[in-house]
Design a protein around this ligand. Sequence first.
Ligand SMILES: [Zn+2]
Length: 112
Amino acid sequence: MFVNPKLITFEKMGESKKTCEVCQTNLNPETGFYFGAAYVSWALTVALWVSVLVALKTFDAIGWIEFGFLTHPGTFLTTGMVLTVIIFPYLFRLSRSIWAHMFIKSSPGVKS
Ligand SMILES: [Zn+2]
């Protein structure tokens, strides 16, 4: 779906191909179509941060680390930010892919 197949790259990172190579579906239906993917990205990022919180509370409960949301905010913020940066390239493209799947209909007459 993307022009540059490499995941870790800054060159044409979000540029998608004009059409699907398999079914010729138009992947760029209108100018700015992928701006909406930011909402998907936001939801996924919130889910990531909630997961970090749940994980830290679980590790605290089983005694691996000492963690409280109000007593150790640095642990939460550091873990969340590091994970967000690491996972960003994947999340960026995943968001666009999900957005495309939600709003692009495949070309009529083509069976997939
Ligand atoms: Zn296709």
